[in-house]
Design a protein around this ligand. Structure first.
Ligand code: PD2
Ligand code: ZN
Length: 276
């Protein structure tokens, strides 16, 4: 995006023109709608952040049905416990979202692919360790296996979010010493590659980290802004959502170093729009 176009989008908004007019002009100029929407959101939220003004949030977010404070939810015939619910950051911890058998199956299906990516690392010299994220990972396609579809459906029902607005499951394995330093899961509007990423499904608006085993020691999911630690327990999951790609959501989170044993998780990221 050119500086001139950025300035034009900001000028339209400051002059009080409705966003629909700006969008229509971009579409007339040949921009696909999704790309134009993301460009406007990116430019305007950056502009507001630069001015120290709050970024308006997106209205609609993934959210479990907790209005009447249930201690359990029955989702597609599967009982899920509600262990913790926090407003800011929006965090919910679920118990028993996955059965032991489902966890084991995901680990078995992903293990070979993790092993394969290790070989690639060795071939390139093996010294390029990303110190922020020392786990190994792989992605399933959405619906790649029956187990993926079943979990995707359950997560969609639990969080009231369409299955096609979700990325495929990502599996991570952490060995002793491995960690995931604190980060945000949304795509940083200030990064030059972000508009391209957003063209496929828009922003991430929610994350569900599902624990596929219980490490012997360490490996909690941490939210440093609020001093929250979620213990990794096989079958449990931590959900959090973010209504803007902004630190005001307080969704900074990390995976604490694993001290003993391995840690396996499956992460499901939820997008604003259809992700294909
Ligand atoms: O494994 C975790 O606890 C963890 C922590 C932070 C996973 C993710 N982020 C992630 O997959 O984004
Ligand atoms: Zn994360």
């Amino acid at each position: 995006m050119t500086p001139e176009l950025r300035a034009w989008i900001v000028a339209q908004a400051e002059a009080g023109f409705p966003p629909e007019d700006c969008l229509a002009a971009l579409k007339n100029a040949g921009w696909p709608e999704g790309v134009a929407v993301d460009a406007m959101e990116t430019v305007l939220s950056e502009h507001l952040v630069a001015r120290g003004r709050p970024v308006p949030g997106r209205g609609h977010l993934p959210e479990p049905a907790l209005a009447h404070s249930p201690s359990r939810l029955v989702v597609d015939g599967h009982e899920v416990r509600v262990l913790l619910s926090m407003k800011l950051p929006r965090v919910v911890v679920f118990g028993g979202l996955l059965s032991d058998g489902e966890c084991d199956e995901l680990v078995a299906l992903s293990r070979q692919r993790l092993a394969r990516s290790e070989t690639v690392v060795i071939e390139t010299g093996g010294s390029e360790v990303n110190t922020a994220r020392t786990s190994e990972g792989m992605f399933f396609e959405r619906g790649e296996f029956d187990i993926c579809s079943r979990i995707e459906r359950r997560v969609g029902t639990l969080l009231n979010w369409p299955v096609d607005h979700g990325e495929g499951l990502q599996v991570l394995r952490y060995r002793p010493g491995a960690e995931y330093k604190p980060h945000y899961d949304y795509f940083d509007p200030a990064q030059p590659g972000t508009p391209t990423i957003l063209a496929r499904g828009g922003q991430r608006v929610g994350t569900l980290v599902m624990y596929l085993n219980s490490p012997d020691q360490g490996g909690a999911t941490t939210f440093p802004d609020v001093g929250l630690e979620v213990a990794p327990v096989k079958g449990n999951a931590v959900f959090f959502s973010y209504n803007a790609p902004h630190p005001s959501t307080r969704t900074l989170h990390g995976g604490a170093p694993v001290i003993a044993g391995e840690k396996w998780v499956a992460t499901k990221w939820l997008r604003e729009r259809v992700f294909r």
